[in-house]
Ligand binder design. Structure first.
Ligand code: ADP
Ligand code: MG
Length: 333
């Protein structure tokens, strides 16, 4: 059913926004009024998703709502911040309550899990697009930055890499992987998990962190350049899901794990002194963590194959995607 902008905001968004003690005024006025607790810094991240660029056109609206928030919570996780508030810019071709309420189901079920309050936004008519700004708190001086990696630090990732990229291949018909494996991969593309618990646990442990939105080669590259260091990755250590291992022959699975985006795992570095502490934390985390390499003083990233030799990878990603704009047209998140 078509609704006015105000009915849509009231019925779909204001009605479901969570209350928080640090929100003096939420949805409904010209601006929200919010309080940052003493001793905390405010971490702010914004990321938008455009139909056909950041998600396939036929994506379930519930998944779009989830992912629009999840990619921003992932940025907060990579800073070691605890999420608190979100604002939402939603552009819809039609003021369609069915679409908006499914979008809201995905958005709010994730928001509720992490105690995030939606405190404002803007709703307009236009091409389908959702932009979320997420706000979180981190104790002053303790945020995880990209710039802190030092030679000798271990390089780690959470979870598994390459699943979301394979999911995109399935959606676009470039990979023929039947259910249930194809569904698992698509689910990894549509419903990324922000590694908030891990990010928080890494305060005081990790020397640098980033979330893997554009592929580990690209995202680890940001840590290396901002830290002024280089590093090596042991290709054989890259964590891959059982599904990816059994459905994609080499070297495609490895290349996806290196270069495909949308996994939203965390990549972080830990000084050798802190590695025993990391091991003792690992059991309490929401997903496994794997050491994939080490930071070195020599600049550049060296990929080491299982035979101990340099692994040749052109860094531009998965061969199946060549000539098809790499499967996505934007390149960046
Ligand atoms: P203004 O014109 O003053 O920006 P709007 O009419 O756009 O106000 O929005 C009315 C209220 O609804 C504001 O508090 C705004 O933050 C909120 N709002 C609008 N769209 C959304 C949305 N998609 N999600 C959450 N809050 C929204
Ligand atoms: Mg407005």
């Amino acid at each position: 059913m078509a609704l006015s902008e105000f009915q849509l905001i009231d019925r779909v968004f204001a009605a479901r926004a969570a209350a928080r003690a640090d929100v003096s005024l939420g949805i409904g006025d010209d601006a929200a009024l919010l309080s940052v607790p003493a001793g905390m810094e405010l971490a702010v991240a914004i990321d938008g998703l455009h139909a056909g660029i950041h998600f396939p056109e036929d994506t379930d609206p519930k998944a779009i709502g989830h992912k629009a928030l999840a990619v921003n919570l992932s940025d907060l996780a990579a800073m070691g911040a605890d999420p608190a508030w979100a604002t939402l810019f939603l552009s819809l071709p039609h003021p369609d309550e069915t679409f908006a309420s499914h979008f809201a189901d995905g958005f709010f079920s994730l928001a509720e899990r992490f105690g995030v309050a939606l405190v404002g936004g803007d709703t307009v008519r236009g091409p389908l697009c959702a932009v979320v700004q997420a706000h979180g708190f981190v104790p002053a001086g303790e945020a995880l930055r990209r710039s802190g990696a030092r030679p000798g630090d271990g390089i780690y990732v959470t979870g598994t890499l390459g699943d979301a990229g394979a999911g995109l291949g399935v959606v676009q018909g470039r990979l023929d992987i039947a259910a249930p494996d194809g569904d698992f991969l698509r689910n990894r593309l549509d419903y990324p998990e922000a590694r908030l618990r891990t990010g928080r646990a890494l305060r005081g442990v990790a020397s640098a962190a980033i979330d893997v939105s554009d592929g580990i080669l690209s995202d680890l590259g940001h840590i290396l350049s901002q830290s002024g260091v280089g590093g090596r990755i042991e290709i054989g250590c890259l964590p891959r899901s059982e599904v990816l291992l059994r459905t994609l022959p080499e070297p495609d699975g490895i290349n996806l794990a290196l270069s495909a985006g949308d996994d939203y795992e965390l990549c972080f570095t830990v000084a050798a002194d802190h590695e025993p502490r990391l091991q003792s934390l690992a059991e309490g985390l929401e997903c496994p963590i794997t050491r994939i390499g080490r930071i070195e003083s020599e600049s550049g990233l060296r990929l080491i194959g299982p035979d101990g030799r340099i692994y040749a990878c052109d860094g531009s990603g998965y061969d199946h995607f060549k000539g098809t704009d790499n499967g996505r047209d934007d390149g960046d998140h």
